[in-house]
Design a protein around this ligand. Structure first.
Ligand code: ATP
Ligand code: MG
Length: 554
């Protein structure tokens, strides 16, 4: 990441020798959904800082809530972190591995008179918690003896009490101005199958109790999390101080928010469950797996995340900025090919029937080492419907009767007339002649437009899925009265077209990325099979973010 205050804090700790110069971070997702682009920021920050200071970054599953967590999510998270980091060479841990240690430490706190078993219900705990302006009320169970607490806690663990009937609470201060310090719940009784520990436990630690202690067990030096945990830091510190164990430093930074995007896993799950999108990896989802399937490169995402600021106030980043970094990377790396998405037949009436020649096309003008390829050219071609108009609007320089254009890598052609369907009036064929003296590379006259094309005889049929924004407004989180964010879903977020591609695309494999000349960047979908490629539109060619920036500064 660019210069930021988190790095400055680490530098200061290194200078003072606080952790002996050691830097050990962690990325701690809860496996209750797939990772999204917001997590990419956290991953880049945590892995980036560890890399920079020759430290270590752990992947730690914060798996303390068995009712919402699943093994499927664990697997997807490992895959996504490896893909984004570019390697799978990071230590992986689970908070559930520490359940016994956490239990023993809770017993410790009871012995020290710093935790007690409370018989209030969840509602009662909430009701007696007080407000920002009023202190809370002490629980009537707050002064239980250590012996009674030890006995009750052991019996909670042994399964003697019903779900929700008791909790273990930290004995901090019900009058604290910080609500997190008002005797927070450490354990709840919950009979639920855990994806790793099965039914070994019927009490589960709360996030605040599990998190800092897990950091301590792993020897984390800098526990970097998002701003909403700032108010939890006093509790984070309190637990570690009471236990007298290794004490990491919690540091908070701002969450990534993107325009036209919802990021909360709860909302993303809703989209999947309601069938608004196909799956967690639907290319319209802001998930890392969705972005991968859409064709975003890990390098492009890394560049984006690296260029985000790290600050102490939450803001909102333009989606166009993300697309800028994706486009920039694809421009450097993607092979250029010719594909027609809305085909219209074009016949070169003076080109010999049955003749095929090949033209030499450049694979990537940004990268000479990508070389060239031969593309077949013949009498019948496919062109975009858009590239022909019977009556051209003002400023239209592509094909219309009487006008000349250049075929990319080919000849200059002149349009003579169009064939229409007598019933519908729809244009079915465009008739042109080619000028044999104008083959690409030869010294010839200039024309105003160049259009792409695909030779009809050897064309490969392709399906292209054209994605647009999933939401119609910049901030779908602010829903209208009585509705939720789905009120703003874009009904046109996906259009599927059947196109024609040059022969080289018959060999496209899932995940291959291309620039379709003049159309945008596309990536072969996982459903691609031999000879039947399916492409997802990754991003268009036009750079709207750079334009936005120059408008702002100009
Ligand atoms: P969500 O609110 O999207 O459900 P979460 O915060 O509950 O996300 P976790 O699995 O707990 O998700 O997050 C793992 C790590 O990623 C945490 O350290 C969290 O602070 C960080 N993180 C989550 N969302 C973002 C975001 N939008 N920007 C930056 N970091 C994030
Ligand atoms: Mg969370």
């Amino acid at each position: 990441m660019n210069d930021n205050f988190v790095r400055d804090l680490i530098l200061a700790d290194n200078a003072s020798g606080r952790y002996g110069g050691r830097v050990h971070t962690r990325f701690p997702p809860e496996p209750n959904g797939y990772l999204h682009v917001g997590h990419a920021k956290s991953i880049m920050l945590n892995f980036g800082l560890a890399g920079e200071f020759e430290g270590i970054c752990n992947l730690r599953f914060d798996d303390t809530n068995p009712t919402k967590e699943e093994a499927e999510y664990v697997e997807s998270i490992v895959e996504d972190v490896s893909w984004l980091a570019g390697h799978a060479d990071f230590p992986t841990f689970y908070a559930s591995d520490y359940f016994q240690q956490l239990y023993d430490w809770a017993v410790d706190l009871i012995r020290k008179g710093k935790a007690y078993v409370c018989d209030l219900s969840g509602d009662q705990v909430r009701e007696t918690r007080g407000t920002l302006t009023e202190p809370g009320k002490n629980s009537p169970y707050r002064d239980r003896s250590v012996e009674e607490n030890l006995d009750l806690f052991a019996r909670m663990k042994a399964g003697e009490f019903s779900d929700g009937s008791r909790t273990l609470r930290a004995k901090v201060d019900m009058a604290s101005p910080n609500l997190n310090m008002r005797d927070p719940v450490m354990y709840r009784i919950l009979r639920a199958e855990h994806h790793r520990t099965g039914d070994a436990w019927c009490i589960y630690p709360m996030y605040d109790w599990a998190h800092g202690q897990s950091d301590s067990i792993e020897g984390i030096t800098h526990s970097i999390c998002t701003l909403e945990f700032e108010d939890h830091r006093p509790l984070y510190d309190w637990f570690l101080d009471q236990l007298g164990v290794f004490h990491p430093q919690q540091i908070e930074f701002d969450r990534l928010n993107l325009t036209y995007t919802v990021m909360s896993k709860r909302k993303l799950l809703q989209l999947v469950q309601q069938g608004v999108v196909e799956s967690w990896d639907d290319p319209r989802m802001p998930t890392i797996s969705g972005m991968r399937r859409r064709g975003y490169s890990p390098q492009g995402l890394r560049n984006f995340a690296r260029n985000l600021g790290v600050s102490k106030t939450n803001g909102i980043t333009e989606l166009e900025k993300l697309e800028y970094y994706i486009r920039e990377d694809l421009n450097r790396t993607a092979l250029r090919v010719m594909v027609v998405l809305r085909p219209l037949k074009l016949v070169l009436t003076n080109y010999p029937e049955g003749q095929v020649e090949t033209v030499e096309a450049v694979n990537n003008p940004e990268d000479a080492s990508a070389g060239t390829r031969s593309v077949p050219f013949s009498r019948e071609l496919w062109i975009e419907q858009d590239d022909f108009r019977e009556t051209p609007p003002k400023g239209y320089h592509r094909l219309y009767p009487g006008n000349e254009v250049r075929l990319r890598y080919g000849y200059i052609i002149k349009c003579h007339d169009a064939v229409k369907d007598p019933q519908t009036g729809e244009i079915t064929e465009v008739h042109c002649t080619f000028d044999p003296e104008t083959r690409s590379g030869q010294q010839t006259r200039k024309v105003k437009s160049t259009i792409h094309w695909v030779s009809a005889e050897t064309a490969v049929p392709v399906e292209a899925r054209l994605y647009d924004k999933l939401f119609t407004v910049e901030n779908p989180n602010e829903a209208p009265e009585g509705r939720d964010f789905t009120a703003y879903l874009n009904p046109d977020s996906l259009e599927t077209v059947q196109g024609k591609a040059e022969p080289s695309l018959a060999n496209a494999r899932p995940g291959d990325r291309y620039q379709f000349e003049r159309l945008g960047y596309f990536c072969a979908d996982k459903s691609t099979s031999a000879g039947r490629p399916v492409f997802n539109r990754t991003v268009g060619l036009r750079d709207t973010w750079a334009k936005l920036q120059s408008q702002l500064s100009g």
